[in-house]
Design a protein around this ligand. Sequence first.
Ligand SMILES: Cc1cc2nc3c(=O)[nH]c(=O)nc-3n(C[C@H](O)[C@H](O)[C@H](O)COP(=O)(O)OP(=O)(O)OC[C@H]3O[C@@H](n4cnc5c(N)ncnc54)[C@H](O)[C@@H]3O)c2cc1C
Length: 449
Amino acid sequence: MYDLIILGGGPGGTRAAELAGKAGLKTLVIEMDRLGGTCLNRGCIPTKAYYASLVGGRVPPEEMWSYREGIVKKLGEGISTLMKMSGAEILRGRGKIISAEGVKILEVETADGVKRVKGKRLLLASGARSLPLEFEGADLPGVLTGDWAVTDPDLWKYPETDEVKSVAIIGAGVIAAEFAVLLRRMGKEVTILKHSDQLLRRADRDIKKKLAQSFKKMKIALVDYFSPEKAAAEGGKIRLRGKTREGEYELLCDRLLLASSMVPVLDGYGLENTSVKHSEKGIAVNSHMETNLPGVYALGDVTGGMMLAHLAEYQALSAVEHMLGREYTIEKDHVPWCVFSDPEIAAVGLSEDEAERRGIAVKTARAYFLGNGMALAMNSTDGFIKVLASKEDDTLLGVHIIGPEAASLIGEAALAVGHRMKAADVARTIHPHPTLTECFKDALFRLEE
Ligand SMILES: Cc1cc2nc3c(=O)[nH]c(=O)nc-3n(C[C@H](O)[C@H](O)[C@H](O)COP(=O)(O)OP(=O)(O)OC[C@H]3O[C@@H](n4cnc5c(N)ncnc54)[C@H](O)[C@@H]3O)c2cc1C
């Protein structure tokens, strides 16, 4: 009997296995595909390998396909080693819940037949997939989904990719924005077809504005309020027809990428046969990631909300701490997120719109990378840092960055926002020179002007 059975070996499941195994819980991870899940094999890491090549200029584009494969392999081996070192067992195969009440029983279809395993606790970490869009021709060859597109040689592998001159992307979130930048950097014609007039819904208004300007400069076309109706093959290309607020809209493209949103994976493992509360938005959990059934936990993308690899990992900490009789909970407003667009974007805390919605009076300030010595030395001055603090008591409530190394810079901001620090205290923390972090400090001091 295992102390913990984990269904799904993505970043959430494997982090939970590492923590539980190290704490002495007899742990089993069931994974039907590759360890590392979407993040390692088809998401965060592959896209950033391409980004390092196409935006960072660190690897010639002709080599980025094999560069990505190398990184994914190395990290995959690292996870296997980590699992061994923490004492967690891996069972390869598709898991299915037989009973989730009392003793948890699962059957796993492995290459050697069906195996039955039992555990005191069960953790569901089955991830998410691209929302299937329903329109005629959505299943044509050449129509790809955001969750698998990184492994398509026609898009990323030279010389095959030379055949693909134009890509239309349906979606306006992080995945759509990142793919748009990468493909544009490869010289392809890119059109983003948005369901509304928004790009990166959750981002602060000034960041959205700046990103839209950058996309315009990069000649990435943006179409608002698009709803697809039909895709049809036409001489090796795809003709996409739909509607916008202005009326009929159509375009001809070599590839169509469906990247509108990700939805939790709730099927294929017997969830429907349990009384675990869930809706199409995900499995419902409390602040310890426990479902309504005692001893059944869920985390990561399958719980809906913000679908981020680092959030899944911290949710694993929350779940395992609870299993061990300890407590660690996550405050949603304190989860940082990044977009590897050009310029890079990162944020933590409230946007100005969100603060307004909640009726919180805020003061805001900005500092521009153009005035930062390091950004000038790096020849990367496009962008700014915007900070928001409570008018009432100066608590730092939000930090929004668009510019060089935004994703790395957000770490300090996440610490400050997460610990509800006063903006003045963060400003008075000595920041080293010459660094991009001085831009954050400058924005904070400007709140006092
Ligand atoms: C293109 C793209 C780019 C992304 N970039 C970023 C980024 O830069 N930063 C970021 O934070 N997030 C990013 N994400 C999101 C990130 O990948 C996910 O948030 C993260 O992988 C979620 O982890 P998870 O453990 O919940 O699920 P997953 O990583 O999806 O893992 C779930 C695992 O469960 C397994 N599984 C499912 N059902 C069964 C079953 N019945 N039996 C056995 N195994 C099963 C699957 O095979 C899979 O390996 C990106 C996603 C995509 C698609």
